[in-house]
Design a protein around this ligand. Structure first.
Ligand SMILES: [Zn+2]
Length: 381
């Protein structure tokens, strides 16, 4: 996920974590949450398998999301998968990694170009300046679509802080205007988390990958060998999938996000065979880009079925010559709403708003219109 509108949209996704089925094995952090974090915004460390840890936000609603960071302990150093979504998140990655192992970070794999997965790089690289930073060539090309400065820039910071202040004020206003206690508390928590994020974002600057690949590369090791692969377009045009064959752990980046997917600017048609390939690895744990680890393929199956359903509907409408708008009006979301959001009509309604962009992208693929990263999918004018 990336950018403001994208993060706003993900509010729903994060909120739905509340109702997601979870795996108890991954729910207890290795250290207590900080006192100044009632929202669960700050990442906490969890053990996943021998030599594998996960740094993630508490499952639950987050108005500002931070991508999951996986820590793999190889014999001669650590490998991170993603680096946190802001300088503040990156500083916490550094601190938490020191709590897991005394070894240095030797490599960081960036799963895709969205900032919630690599805007912490500047701080991580301060601590381990010689680390390899690995991404697909396509991800590398888009890492600074948002236009971050090369070095800390007070004027850029001021512009960003003004945006965060407006967002925080909006949540405070919603809290004050709430008609019931639950909404009042929820919007107040949103405002608090927005404040935490604005503090995290101060002093941001961009860092890039220094090693790129197009197909696959290996980080060999006796105890925790790593295979980094590009399996096809999914959430973006350059998603890296990381496989640990010894531990049978697969880290997917945002090719899998639970408990609800994030589809904007994505490739819903090309996505399906990649998810099918991921199933064939025989993983015991799947670490998604956000949300709780999965210990079986049931969530993958749900994602695949939902994508196939949308793609089939969209292709049929497109083949009949219907416009994107006509197609968007006709695609039936009811089964997807139930699959991801249960039977609550409000959640189903919200799911519709989260799913609508996937129709545009599926339509683009069905009609052979290029999808441009960082832009909404749209028909040719
Ligand atoms: Zn993300």
């Amino acid at each position: 996920m990336t950018s403001y509108s994208f993060r706003r949209a993900f509010k729903l996704a994060s909120f739905l974590l509340l109702i997601a089925p979870s795996s108890a094995a991954f729910c207890q952090p290795l250290k207590p949450a900080p006192d100044n974090d009632p929202t669960g915004y700050f990442q906490q460390p969890y053990r996943i398998a021998d030599h594998v840890h996960l740094l993630r936000q508490e499952a639950g609603f987050h108005v500002e999301v931070i991508g999951n960071v996986t820590v793999v302990e190889q014999t001669d150093g650590l490998v991170l998968i993603d680096a946190g979504g802001s300088p503040g998140a990156g500083r916490r990655v550094v601190e938490l990694v020191h709590g897991i192992s005394a070894k240095p970070v030797k490599a960081i794999v960036i799963t895709h170009w969205h900032g919630d997965h690599h805007f912490g790089l500047s701080e991580v690289m301060k601590e381990w300046p010689h680390a390899m930073v690995i991404a697909t060539a396509d991800a590398q090309a888009d890492m600074n679509i948002r236009g971050l400065p090369a070095q800390t820039d007070a004027a850029f910071d001021a512009t960003q802080q003004a945006i965060f202040d407006r967002l925080r004020k909006g949540f405070e206003d919603q809290s004050h205007a709430a008609q019931n206690e639950a909404d009042r508390v929820r919007y107040a928590a949103d405002a608090h988390e927005e404040q935490l994020y604005s503090e995290d974002f101060r002093g941001i600057s961009i860092r890039y990958a220094n090693v790129t690949f197009t197909d696959r590369m290996s980080l060999l090791d006796d105890v925790a060998p790593i295979e980094i692969m590009y399996l096809g377009k999914t959430h973006t045009d350059g998603d890296a999938i990381v496989w640990l064959p010894r531990q049978k752990v697969i880290a997917t980046g945002d090719a899998v996000v639970s408990p609800v997917p994030f589809w904007r600017g994505a490739y819903p048609v090309e996505w399906v065979p990649v998810l099918e390939k991921i199933k064939t690895f025989g993983f015991t744990t799947l670490i998604p880009g956000h949300g709780l680890p999965q210990t079986n393929t049931s969530y993958l199956d749900t994602l695949i079925a939902a994508l196939r359903d949308v793609n089939t509907q969209v292709a049929a409408f497109a083949a009949k010559g219907l416009s994107l708008q006509e197609t968007q009006a006709r695609v039936d979301f009811s089964s997807q709403g139930k699959a991801f959001a249960g039977t609550d009509p409000q959640f189903i309604e919200q799911m519709k708003s989260n799913w609508s962009p996937v129709v545009a992208c599926s339509y683009a693929e069905a009609t052979h219109v290029p999808i441009i990263q960082g832009k909404p999918c749209a028909p040719v004018k």
